[in-house]
Write a protein that binds this ligand. Sequence first.
Ligand code: UN1
Length: 511
Amino acid sequence: MGIIETSLRNLGVQAASQGTSSGKNWYDTQGEWLASFSPVDGNEIGKVQVSDKHAYDSVVKSALKAATFWRDVPAPKRGEVIRQIGNALREKKNDLGNLVSYEMGKSLQEGLGEVQEMIDICDFAVGLSRQLYGFTMSSERPEHQMYEQWHPLGIVGILSAFNFPVAVWSWNAMIAWVCGNVCIWKPSERTPLSALACQQIVADVFDRNGLPEGISCLVTGDYRIGEWISNDERIPLVSATGSTKMGRSVGQTVAARLGKAILELGGNNAVIISEKADLDLAIRAALFGAVGTAGQRCTTTRRLIVHDSLFEEVAQRLKNAYGKLSIGNPLDPHNHMGPLIDKEAVEKYLEAVRKVKAEGGRTIADAALLEGEGFESGCYVKPCIFEVKEDSKMAQHETFAPLLYMIRYRNIEDAIRIQNNVPQGLSSAIMTTDLREAGAFLSAAGSDCGIANVNIGTSGAEIGGAFGGEKETGGGRESGSDAWKAYMRRQTNTINYGRELPLAQGIKFDI
Ligand code: UN1
């Protein structure tokens, strides 16, 4: 039995994807079948059933029922359940890492890293479950107390993307759960089996703790399910990760019903390489940032803004490094880069390359679709680099592929201006050993992104910080810091323990 079959069996996905263990209403199997194909070899891994409207409604009903139960469970007790989920993920780390790598195409190292990110957010959520702090404030009135409490919202809808098929869901779900919410997850239709595996893992833990179904719900299918969730007034918060186009539609739909949305959308992340950079560090950061996950992270480095004096040296060193990359089956630990998610993604990559060349881009490392043995799925491409002018139209767009633009600059103010001069605002970095340059980059007049790093790349954020970005990236924050507040409602409480009724602002209203 192959490594993937073993992992699928250990994760209980095979049986579930054949519809034999899915009688629970967290996963209602009424609709058509959706097949998942691996970009690694083009093979069908399994099928899941799409949730139709009837199934969706029964899932929402079970979530609503579970929400009234779960919100009354003390937060530290909710945290205890999340602690067990973290342990279950530790046990299943290899199997889930394998499946993520095979279904999505990222290297096994990165598949395992993604599961580690889930374990980390569980640990964070457990600690958070004993915090969820509100402020107390002094009342202006005598014998009055004022403070605030944070209460759960109810159902949190989670729309996740193919590129982090499990970790981004877990950032949302683990935090939402310790906050006392229940979750309905619509994963990407391109990675449904990884989602099914996660659902099995958490459903087992909820079950072992005697908790009702509906705390964790999974609905599979395409964008139509995302529309049902966005339009559904029973779902006060929708957290969506994906393209700016998708996020704009979800954001507008949710806003029209005055619901809340957390949007984590496209990035166009740049690394500035200053003439005062530690160049070895800069090359390594740029390489992983541009090529890791085959350029399919929202934090992928898409632009390198390089000081004129170093430009040719950086270009040459990166070209050499690109020549040494091994591309192929991501489950083979010797390979640095696997395939793109599907042939449509390959088409978009090829089209972007055609356009950048037509625009006058200078080739530093050329693009190619890889063919022959091991590349039969048609999804393997070469990572590529083009030098473009700072006003390049192509460099304004996020192409979800390993396509890196290099742009020259002469002074640091220009570098920061070029870095900010795109519609997206997720992640950014400067490579410099100069304190003044680093300070300027991090100042209010510096990077306009949600993430700004010094001497590390744009991708690979830790879960402890708030994750998200500005402008077309959508403004949402997920994961660490106080991102949990978006998953709760704040209530200000004023208690009068005296025998008088003084009015605020000194207003007199006596009769
Ligand atoms: C994403 O690509 O949607 O910072 C998330 C990173 C990862 C998460 C990326 N921790 O690159």
